[in-house]
Ligand binder design. Structure first.
Ligand SMILES: C[S@@+](CC[C@H](N)C(=O)[O-])C[C@H]1O[C@@H](n2cnc3c(N)ncnc32)[C@H](O)[C@@H]1O
Ligand code: SF4
Length: 399
């Protein structure tokens, strides 16, 4: 599993140099449990469902309550009016907790900070981990959106990804979610071992046939410390080359955009008005507090991150200490770098940074990586080719 970054220690009470979030903030809640660990997954999640007090599926919300209470002491908010803009339950598999538990955590956040009107409340879910009743209960409890990990519509691809659901389960889960009045999103992965162009096409068409409000499509990343990383190292499986991955991305862009899903971030498309507001908050460098083991937070230029193990997390909170492992204060240069790195991935792009001079922008235009008319207005917006080569563009733009 990916290591946490280095950083400096956090005061035991979790206090922050600039704690004022009166302008609003988002909450991310990390649920670190899964029924089965997928071979490609590098997220902070565990199939042991009970590590001890406060660190098992049954009583994990108690630890979250303690962190919510800690954040109430740390953050400064206006006395009048709610400050919570969005809440996103991610994982792991949040729906390893039952709906009543998830709703109770949401209620706790609402009572503590106040949800703004029309707040977006999302949970991720594996298709096989929900029922009609569990989705209705989430909707009744205030959830507005569910994001299903569909990944593929092709059985042999689902199998190589260790996914536990069948294509039919996604269809059912989507119908129940819609019936419950939830906005819907589907996650797809392209470039799994053995996936053909036709398989990818079938997955795109199957996703569109389900008419979600939002679709994310990610290139499979193989991290060295995963089971799949080991299989690739030993030569047991092979992955598509970068050109094939680029073709798959281009095909996704074409199919999704033709069907009325506008791209708004490199890997994300939505029907008009259905962009994920929580993710936009990340990419626009807004304030968010990440609750749960290994969760990262960003408050007014300070980044901090929690210890990864659920038991270490629970024990810190039981001892009245912050579960934050370390933090870093972003320097003005780091803030500027982050703004470029995140902002350039968005359709809205960024203003040409003040340090970018000389032939840099003309060269980006000549290489067809940014839109020439936007550049005339002083903005950098990626073309389709630029979206494929976003890392190169980012490197060129660094201060
Ligand atoms: C970490 S999962 C959590 C949600 C849920 N457990 C699931 O798997 O659907 C969120 C999404 O991250 C994406 N993801 C996870 N690992 C990935 C990887 N190595 N490469 C590409 N996408 C990945 C998958 O599309 C997945 O739906
Ligand atoms: S179900 Fe989701 S979070 Fe869990 S191991 Fe698989 S990809 Fe990772």
């Amino acid at each position: 599993m990916a290591d946490l970054p280095d950083g400096v220690p956090v005061p035991a009470d979790g206090s922050l140099p600039q704690p004022d979030v009166t302008g609003g903030f988002s909450a991310y809640v990390h649920i670190p449990f899964c029924a089965v660990r997928c071979g490609y997954c590098d997220f902070n999640t565990y199939t042991n469902l009970d590590f001890g007090p406060g660190a098992g599926v049954a009583d994990f919300p108690e630890s979250l309550s303690r962190e919510i209470e800690l954040s109430r002491h740390v953050l400064v908010t206006a006395d009048n009016g709610p400050t919570l803009a969005n809440v996103f339950f991610g994982g792991g598999t949040p729906t390893m907790l039952d709906s009543a538990q998830l709703v109770a955590v949401l209620r706790n956040l609402d009572q503590t900070f106040g949800l703004r009107p029309h707040a977006e409340i999302t949970t991720e879910a594996n298709p096989e981990s929900v029922t009609r009743e569990s989705l209705h209960e989430l909707a009744r409890g205030g959830f507005t959106r569910v994001s299903f990990g569909m990944q593929s519509a092709v059985p042999h691809v689902l199998s190589v990804l260790d996914r536990q659901h069948t294509p039919g389960q996604v269809e059912k889960a989507m119908a129940w979610a819609r019936e419950a009045g939830l906005d819907t999103s589907l996650d797809l992965i392209y470039g799994a071992p053995g996936e053909s162009d036709a398989d990818w096409e079938a997955s795109l068409q199957a996703a569109l046939a389900l008419e979600p409000d939002h679709i994310s499509a990610y290139a499979l990343t193989v991290e060295p410390n995963t089971r799949m990383g080991g299989q690739v190292r030993r030569g047991e499986i092979s992955l598509p080359d970068p050109d094939t991955q680029a073709d798959r991305y281009e095909r996704a862009a074409e199919v999704l955009e033709d069907a009325g899903y506008g791209w708004y971030e490199i890997s994300n498309w939505s029907k008009p008005g259905h962009q994920c507001r929580h993710n936009m908050a990340y990419w626009q460098d807004a304030n968010w507090w990440g609750y749960g083991p290994g969760a990262h937070s960003h408050i007014n230029g300070t980044r901090f991150w929690n210890v990864k193990h659920p038991l270490a997390y629970a024990q810190a909170l039981q001892a009245g200490r912050t579960p934050a492992a370390a933090r870093e204060l972003l320097s003005p240069t780091e803030k500027a770098e982050e703004h470029v790195m995140l902002g350039i991935r968005l359709r809205s792009g960024i203003e040409v940074p003040e340090w970018v001079k000389g032939s840099v922008v003309p060269q980006l235009i000549a290489d067809e990586l940014v839109d020439p008319s936007a550049a005339l207005r002083g903005r950098l917006e990626l073309t389709l080719k630029g979206r494929l080569l976003a890392d190169t563009v980012t490197r060129v733009l660094m201060p």
